[in-house]
Ligand binder design. Sequence first.
Ligand SMILES: Nc1ncnc2c1ncn2[C@@H]1O[C@H](COP(=O)(O)OP(=O)(O)OP(=O)(O)O)[C@@H](O)[C@H]1O
Length: 321
Amino acid sequence: MSDVMPDAMPDAMPKVMPKVMPDVMPNVMPNVMTDVMLHCADVGVRFGGVKALDGVSCVLAEGQITSVIGPNGAGKTTLLNAFTGMVPMTSGSISLRGERVDAQPPHVRAGKGILRTFQNLEVFTNMTVLENVMAGRHRKGAYGVLDAFFKTPRYHREERECREAAMRALEFTGIAEMASLPAGELAYGNQRLLEMARVIAAEPELLLLDEPAAGLNMRETRELGTLIRRMRDELGITVALVEHDMELVMDVSDMIYVLCFGELLASGTPLEIQRNPAVIAAYLGTDDEDYPDGDADDDADDGADDCPAPDDSAEETGREA
Ligand SMILES: Nc1ncnc2c1ncn2[C@@H]1O[C@H](COP(=O)(O)OP(=O)(O)OP(=O)(O)O)[C@@H](O)[C@H]1O
């Protein structure tokens, strides 16, 4: 155990123990030694009078899938946006592999490997599938405008490498045979896979997935779960997943954080979260007979009003302050 471990450990011990303990640990701590990819400490975000996040701390362990769940408006997307720098924080810090990044703009963090997908599909429908994926890969290219204009050997070499990497990403996601089709002709589920291929081709270190199962049927959602696990296991990508589909979340997650009205309600393994009385009462609901086999999405929607304040100060959080 690291010599920087605090003397007094929290009562509830999480499952992923970072090698170097951040100064603010989640209320549940892991038991497998692993590196910290991203550490967010005491993060606050306000939109006018609304506290979207208030004092949220969490750890994304390297090479693991960490999910963030919670009712509508709980602050999940805002947390991802804080990771990428797309919203200004009113308090707290964010570190990537121990380096503070919260003062850095989104493109700098993207250059360090923090990439994301969005709730809404962002596919260029008038481009081919391959061109879409190559567009995602181009952030890694180093040739300049003059190289492109004069079609220099460097330009040709990098374009070939870009094309090869894009094809590998399409093969990984299982849609390589659609490479030459206009992206707009793909069925919705395949457009989701295209989006995944594009972000895979960009070689993320930390991939933030914002409701990737939205609009997918049950079979497609299961296949997506398999793909996300393969991204972790075969590509070594650290994943942060925001998702309402509880079957998917419980299936793929190593660690889960539960947000409620902008505050951290609980954290733990899927089993711990399923057994957590506060989570059951506030979010998952006790009357879903199918759970955890069924989709608890409806509960997620319905649970918002039931979400208890994690502490006395939470009354304003996620609502008008
Ligand atoms: N750009 C914005 N301007 C004003 N308020 C915002 C903005 N973005 C989010 N909010 C508010 O912040 C709170 C958290 O929103 P957020 O989208 O992060 O929740 P969420 O948990 O991702 O919800 P959902 O599951 O519905 O996507 C909500 O009260 C929301 O209305």
